[in-house]
Design a protein around this ligand. Structure first.
Ligand SMILES: *Cc1c(COP(=O)(O)O)cnc(C)c1O
Length: 485
């Protein structure tokens, strides 16, 4: 029963909705619709009653993991719980119904929300201007690199190279290549930080930008940032911050104050949009005053009478980077989140995220190798090397965690830590749930020692076992009747 799909549950004639009788004569339908749009036969739809329909969705809603079901410590992804009230606000008629081409004077409220959000993000980043157009973090990187290229071109040459630490997210070198730059990877130190000597050796007049994640992807704050920014700027290069880890800095410090020239934010990580599964995201880009002229068109501009309009007259702009104006629903959620928290609340988010991660790291540090000693920021990495020597890999432990009702942490990233587990509890988890997760992972470590096969064959309780993950992505098939739509 539990595994039956909705088509199998159906019986002819059952219906979950009541539709009125068709009262348009067929003749008229034929005139209104082109022939190719008309079916010969009724579509094959599931026929179920309303209760079975609700049960179906309730049942499948718990097959997959989600934050409403359990702990979700996916490092670097900030899978925090997002306030449902923000969903309700983003769904308000006034926000969902305006047409993107509606005359500006009819949508002053939505434009004002965008302008206010820009102001708040400017303040949070300590920079001069923000574009809300990019639709994801990677898209923010791409936009930033186009801006960087335009800036260097104006100064005579686009330059050749982007420097990236070996701990960086894969999107960083990918974005650099898309814009036509070569990438140069520099190693990290034993302590997990940027190697200053390697950076010094790499920097030259052909360096366009140094892209740095801070706190970095092993969860450490780059404490030499002041020195780094001086070195980078001394060769006329720019300093880009990958702001995916902004959750750790909120209200505590700002990219602009650290000397970054530009930063993207992942609103779907830090600022309250549920994510995963490729849903809509948003990656606004904040830049210094020097870079502002290159931002995408159109820009929001306030007129003398206080009304807001789109400004297209920006000769040095890199152009448009999205079809319309940005991922509006995500922007509404971020606005609501920021207004609800205020400056003090935002600081508490950052502090609690850091406290939670350090507490969890302390609970786990006896059972696992700790590649970098703390304190950490909002996340930390462990190594499964000790368990690997007993024949159990990090992948096995991650699968075994699923049996215990929690999502696995990020694994095998960053690449510089062998058998890596990257754990981010976020500020929205309670002390109890953090202790519960620690207990689950410590149990897995025990099992690795005493019953390794149990771990190697996990998961045992999920609807499907181990998938061929490459095939699952490349040949995804979501339809019930294969080949028959
Ligand atoms: C998530 C992430 C990105 C990419 O962001 P998307 O919104 O997924 O495109 C880039 N860098 C880091 C460090 C990240 O964690």
């Amino acid at each position: 029963m539990a595994s039956k799909l909705i088509f199998e549950l159906g019986a002819p004639g059952r219906q979950a909705v009541g539709l009125p009788e068709l009262d348009t004569p067929m003749q008229e339908l034929h005139e209104l619709l082109p022939d190719v749009r008309l079916r010969d036969a009724a579509p094959r739809l599931p026929e179920v009653d309303p209760l079975e329909l609700v049960r179906h969705y309730t049942r499948i809603s718990v097959l997959n993991h989600h934050i409403e079901k359990g702990f979700y410590p996916l490092g670097s992804c900030t899978m925090k719980a997002n306030p449902p009230v923000n969903e309700a606000l983003a769904g308000l008629d006034g926000f969902t119904s305006p047409h993107p081409l509606a005359p500006e004077k009819l949508v002053q409220g939505t434009l004002k929300l965008l302008a206010a959000l820009e102001e708040m993000l400017i303040e949070i980043c300590g920079l001069a201007a923000v574009t809300l157009q990019p639709a994801a973090g990677a898209h923010g990187e791409l936009t930033g690199l186009l801006v960087i290229r335009a800036y260097h071109e104006m100064h005579g040459s686009p330059r050749k190279r982007v420097i990236i630490p070996d701990s960086a997210h894969g999107t960083n070198p990918a974005s650099a290549s898309l814009v036509g730059y070569e990438t140069l990877e520099i190693r990290s130190t034993q302590d997990g930080l940027v190697d200053i000597e390697a950076l010094g050796a790499a920097l030259d007049e052909e360096t366009a930008v140094f892209m740095l994640t801070n706190p970095n992807t092993v969860g450490l704050f780059e404490k030499n940032i002041t020195k780094i920014q001086r070195m980078v700027h001394d060769v006329g290069a720019l300093l880009y911050m990958d702001g995916a880890n902004m959750n750790a800095l909120l209200g505590i410090t700002r990219p602009g104050d650290m000397g970054f020239d530009l930063v993207h934010l992942n609103l779907h990580k830090t600022f309250s949009t549920p994510h995963g599964g490729g849903g809509p995201g948003s990656g606004p880009l904040a830049v210094s005053a020097e870079l502002e002229p290159f931002l995408p068109v159109p820009r929001l501009k306030e007129a003398a009478d206080g009304s807001i309009a789109w400004d297209w007259d920006r000769p040095r702009s890199i152009g448009k980077v999205i079809t319309w104006w940005g991922q509006f629903g995500v922007l509404v959620r971020a606005y609501a989140y920021l207004r609800a928290l205020g400056a003090q609340g935002l600081k508490e988010v950052g502090e609690a995220a850091i406290l939670n991660a350090n507490y969890l790291m302390a609970l786990l540090s006896d059972a696992f190798e700790l590649p970098y000693q703390g304190p950490c920021m909002h996340e930390f990495v462990l190594s499964g090397n000790r368990q690997k020597r007993m024949g159990v890999r990090t992948l096995d432990m991650a699968k075994r965690l699923l049996d215990k009702g929690v999502h696995a942490p990020t694994i095998y990233f960053p690449l510089i830590v062998s058998e890596c587990l990257m754990i981010e509890p976020s500020e929205t988890e309670s002390r109890q749930s953090i202790e519960g997760f620690a207990e689950a992972l410590l149990e897995v470590a025990q099992e690795a020692e005493h019953d390794p096969d149990l771990v190697r064959n996990a998961p045992h309780t999920t609807p499907v076992g181990r998938l061929d993950e490459t095939r699952a992505v490349r040949q995804l098939d979501l339809s019930f009747f294969s080949g028959d739509r």
